[in-house]
Design a protein around this ligand. Sequence first.
Ligand code: FAD
Length: 432
Amino acid sequence: MTLSRADCLVIGGGPAGATAARQLALQGLDVVVLEKDRHPRFHVGESFLPRSLAQLRELGLEDRLERLPRVQKLGAEFLEGHAGSEPSRIWFRDALGGGEPEAFNIARAPFDAMLLDAAREAGATVREDTPVREILELADGAVRVATADGEVAARYLLDASGQGTILGRHLGTRRVLPALKKVAYFGHFRGVGRAEDETGGFISLVLCREGWFWLIPLDEETTSIGLVLHHGDARQLPVPASQILGWAVRRCPVMAERCADAVFPESNGVTADFSYTCAPYAGPGYFLLGDAATFLDPIFSTGVCLGMMGAVEAAEHVAALVRGTGADAAARQQDYSRFVERSSRPFFRLVEGFYQQSFRELLLSESGPLEVHRALVAVLAGHVFPRPAFALRWRLRLFELFVRLQKRFELAPHREPFSLFDEAASADSAAA
Ligand SMILES: Cc1cc2nc3c(=O)[nH]c(=O)nc-3n(C[C@H](O)[C@H](O)[C@H](O)COP(=O)(O)OP(=O)(O)OC[C@H]3O[C@@H](n4cnc5c(N)ncnc54)[C@H](O)[C@@H]3O)c2cc1C
């Protein structure tokens, strides 16, 4: 039984799916969103980039954002986990080429619900509690999927199913990047210490040999804390998965100090955040959005920004295809794939670099010749669409060269990383 027939079918009502659905509906297209959960629902990923703030303005969503509790974020700080480490800071206002000087942190449940409501109000039909079970047909102009209630047909499919990667799995294109096999442990803490000046809203990234912690202030009381570990290290820990975050926080001197008066969650969430790609990102009958296209290690808070920017781009192509205007389907699919590829590539390169100590040493040094650091800040602020400007690209290459040189020479001070496994350096031993 076919339940409905639409111009466009979107799987998943997260930021990418909701944004695409709204853009399509605003253009008068008939759009159905199938979402397996019911919003608002918890989602990890609460730190946003300046480019996202600018995009929300461009989309006319600023007023809705203003109504949600959030924390202004002017930059990010990085520090080693050792006792007494001083943070190195980047300020978004220093980005080469300018751009929005600030971003924000926000709980994802209300943020994602806001976007999905906006799609609904623009005219999209949103069916929650409706997981897609199977792809039945996939061709330009004719797609069909199965749900528990029956089939839904449309002319184009936009897969925004997040890490569910429905289409990537269906097509067998999902490829995990072995160097970036990680596990993340996360939870909300209350009463974590933070600066009282304008750096109080910064995201803090506390580094250790086995990975890194994030601290994201969400409101006056709540801080989102997470730990991302290399897969191999995570398997060696002497505590159950649901207790690893508390164990690690107490063990790392910087984290233990910031959480000295905090209320810890009883247990932590766990997710394997293996990075992957499902390229090509579009093909006959489909476009892949957000995490359904590719997932990148969360270190630089890029997920929502990449997902929403790609969603707007895909919606433009799909709208033109449904109307039969402009380039043909294959050309548009290639164009879109290139957009995702080019905008995510600089982040993939930075993420791979980030797990090398020489990269971290340079990042922590806060400055460098030829405005290389300012170029890095511009990329970390999300100024990469549709691809980074030439002034950023060559500086990033230079930064990569510096990272290689740093292994042999001391361009920035060499640092011994903090290790969660190092008994002598742990907070437990400092307290004893
Ligand atoms: C540990 C960790 C930390 C992160 N931190 C950040 C951060 O600080 N900042 C940031 O920007 N990003 C962060 N991210 C990434 C970010 O959360 C994602 O990139 C972002 O949520 C992607 O949006 P999306 O719309 O593509 O997918 P999602 O937000 O995951 O939405 C996908 C939707 O699809 C639905 N769905 C799934 N399967 C089906 C199905 N079969 N049928 C129907 N619906 C389905 C889901 O219920 C979900 O609502 C982090 C990720 C991880 C793992």
